[in-house]
Structure formats: structure tokens, C-alpha cells
Design a protein around this ligand. Sequence first.
Ligand code: TYD
Length: 213
Amino acid sequence: MSAFIVFEGGDGAGKSTQVGLLAQWLREQNVQVEETRQPGGTRLGASIRDLLLHGDSMTARAEALLYAADRAQHVAEVVRPALDANKVVLCDRYIDSSAAYQGFGRGLGVKEVRKISLWATDRLEPNLTVLLDIDPGVGLERQQGRGLDRLEQESLTFHEGVRQAFLTLAEADPASYLILNADEDARLLHQRIRERAAQLLGFSCVHSEEWTR
Ligand code: TYD
């Protein structure tokens, strides 16, 4: 029972918390899970991540291609092998992040940038994308104290555009997305995500008492 579930959203939306909670619950259901993230997730990816987040300034096109290169390696080395081994892959950020940050934010074009990533991944698309929608003012505030990376240092207007781009992609395809207000309580968000994941994986009965765990 393999599935590819992606978590998207602005910085500080709580994606990694939700990936962790869902992974834990799935493991309790005896599902084999692979937790991973982009950029990063492979040895090459860790080097690319360093260049992208802490390196010198670069052109928007170079930035887009580096995210795509990370994704190509990550899909070939981690995601596809895990799916082939019948695992559920939970990935923190995927193609929509490039579409929103580089396509919209950097003005390279959402469709163009999506095309590059589809080529990079040999057209691997998620079965479900959980979009944790957050007001960038709130999200970036949550990141304070951690040292902002190169993308996080962009203006609020940039991040507002990124947020709208995520929403536009999700609203165009409700069957493939779960849109949540990331301002809500983490346990509540987890319950909704669990419910949708259970549906996707075809779990026949999800008892209500489980929700309170
Ligand atoms: P992330 O790993 O989510 O950051 P953090 O470790 O702070 O949680 O992502 C790092 C940054 O990279 C984030 O600001 C968003 C950006 N990004 C893109 O611009 N394009 C992409 O394709 C991806 C995957 C991330």
C-alpha cells in the first residue's frame, strides 16, 4: 500500500510537526513510512540545500534549477525506491514549493517551473498534498530566533504572493489537496490530516476514540 503524501505551505506553517505526527500514527497502524524533505533528503541534496539557503546570491533561474536538481536526486534515490517497497512517503515540500517560490515569487512562471520539476522527477506527482495555509506575518514570526534563511529573508509581499500561489494550485484541484488553516491547534490539524490519509489508504474503520489519542 504505497502512497506519496506531500506537505506544503509557507515558512513557519508547522509542516514538520504534522509530518512527524502523521508518521507516528501511521507506524502505530503498522504502515511502513519514509519521512523526508526537500531541499535535502540525500547527500547531494544536503550540499544543494546549503548552497540554496546559506550561499551567495544567485539568479532566479539558477535557484530554480538547483531546487529541481535536488528534487531529481531525491526522487530517484529516496522517494521512488520507498514507493517501490510499498511504503508511505511523507515529504516536507515538493513541486508546489518551486511553483510558488520560484514560479510566482521570483516571477519565472508557475507553469514553466512546474514543467522543469516534472521533467526532473520523471513526472512523479503526489497522491495527496496537505496545504498548511498560514498568514506569512504569523509564519515568519514563528521562525524568529532560528535565524532566517535566504528565502525567509524576502519581503512580506513576496511571501504573500507565495501564499496565494499555493492556494491557487490547491483550489484548482480539490481532489488532490487538503487545505487547512495552519493557525488552528496542531492536534486538531493532525486529526483532519489523519482522517484524509486514512481515506486515501483505504483504512476501512477509523474509530472515533482514536482521535483523542
Ligand atoms: P524548508 O526546508 O522548509 O525550511 P526550514 O528548514 O526553515 O523549515 O525550506 C527551505 C526554504 O526553501 C523555504 O524558505 C522555502 C524554500 N523552497 C523554495 O523556494 N523552493 C522549493 O522548491 C523548495 C522545496 C523550498
